[in-house]
Each structure stands twice: as C-alpha cells, then as structure tokens.
Design a protein around this ligand. Structure first.
Ligand code: NI
Ligand code: MN
Length: 238
C-alpha cells in the first residue's frame, strides 16, 4: 500500500463523493446534491468545484451537473461523449468527453473511463435521449494514489483487468441491489479488484436499495477476502 497523499473523501450520500485533493482543489464525483435525500444540507454548497466526473446519465448521478457547472465553473466536466454533448447544449462550458478505455489529464491527475454494466438513458423534460453507455472511473493522483468509483454496475469479471491495469487501493462500489450489485457480488468485486479498502455506495437512499455495509462485511468474511469496509454515513469523511 502506498503512502502517497490521497484525497479527503466526503460521502455526500447515494453515489456522490466530494474529493478534496492534496493541492486544495475539489473534485466532485456524481453531482447530485439538491434532490439527494441523503445529502446533508450544509454540504450542498461548495467553496469551489474544480472538476466533476459523471459516470452515466441517470438523474441520481447528474441531476445537478448543469447548475453546479454554471455556478462553480469547473475546469473540466468529465462524462461520456453523449452526456457531454447534452451538457454543452445546456450551456455547460469545459465539457471533457471521454469513452471507455480512454484516459484524460484532469487537475494534474489521470482519469480513466472504465466499463460498467448498466444503462445510461438521459431524461430531459419527460423525454429520453441517448446518454451513451454507463461507465466507471479510475483516478490516479500525480503522486500515485489510485482509486476507483464504479458508478452503477453489475459485477463483471473484467474488474480483474481494472486491477491489472490500474491497481486501485480503494473502491467505491454500489451495494444496494435492484439497480446494481448486491453485497455478495460487491464482495466478489473486491476480490477481482484486489482493493484493500471499499466504501459502499448506492445504498439506503430509497427503500428498494436493501443491501447494507454490514452485509458486505459479512460476505467478505465468508469469502475470506481481506478488504476493509469503510462505512461512511452521509457527511462522513475518510
Ligand atoms: Ni443508474
Ligand atoms: Mn443510480
């Protein structure tokens, strides 16, 4: 495990994570705060947002992308090509389109867009648009620390490739079930990824999302996987 500097991660509830980088800049992953029932009120505003990452077009991952981009003028709003086209049409500047397999320099970090098994329909005013395909992100800081945010996804065995290519130390993995992996699958994901730490996301927000961090811990134990579950309640920091 490296001892290079890492972000201070603040869990804003559901899948939204604020990353305060070692140089003081702020990376926001999955801009959903205003309508996010889990996000503490005092964490819905920011001193700055320097970049945003959006894994897919569902509202619970990007409903506030346009408003936050216009307010804080981040250097980069990273998402797939189709989402970026839509954001640009809404007047968002500095969109940074990517596609699966690609890498981009963002705030001096290397951001890699990786596979997710999920959908990405983009709803706007009751109509659905092509939101491209869903993704996850691997972020490597200049100093080396590397983490993975899986977005919404099923378990897929190519998570082993993510481990081989990027060697993340920490993963943010959905565990809620119904729309994503459940805790059993997420435990296997930890094995494929080889991560030492996992932060459960996409749980507890809605009644349908029944998977819990306690279940994830038990599954990891039962499978003999050496990975610490960092259970963050909304507003908590790692
Ligand atoms: Ni989704
Ligand atoms: Mn979702």
């Amino acid at each position: 495990m490296s001892h290079s500097p890492r972000p201070k991660f603040t869990f804003l509830g559901h899948s939204t994570v604020r990353c305060d980088l070692p140089d003081g800049k702020v990376l926001l992953m999955e801009p959903w705060v205003d309508g996010n029932p889990s996000c503490p009120d005092e964490l819905k505003s920011f001193e700055r947002i320097d970049a945003m990452l959006i894994t897919h077009a569902h509202a619970d991952h990007m409903a506030d992308a346009v408003a936050l981009a216009k307010k804080y003028k981040p250097e980069a709003v990273v998402a797939n090509f189709e989402i970026c086209e839509w954001l640009a049409a809404q007047g968002v500047e500095n969109v940074a389109p990517m596609n699966i397999g690609g890498n981009r320099k963002v705030l001096g970090m290397r951001v890699s867009m990786v596979r997710a098994d999920h959908s990405s329909g983009l709803e706007d005013g009751g109509k659905y648009y092509d939101g491209g395909i869903a993704s996850g992100f691997v972020v490597k800081l200049a100093e080396g620390y590397t983490f993975y945010h899986a977005g919404d996804t099923a378990l897929f065995s190519d998570m082993q490739l993510i481990a081989e290519l990027y060697r993340p130390e920490l993963a943010f993995l959905p565990i809620g079930d119904v729309f994503t992996m459940d805790p059993h699958q997420a435990a296997k994901a930890c094995r494929f990824l080889g991560v030492r730490h996992v932060v459960p996301i996409h749980w507890g927000t809605f009644p349908d999302l029944t998977g819990t961090p306690t279940q994830l811990s038990k599954e990891l134990r039962d499978l003999g996987i050496n990975c610490d579950v960092l259970t963050l309640q909304p507003g908590e920091v790692y």
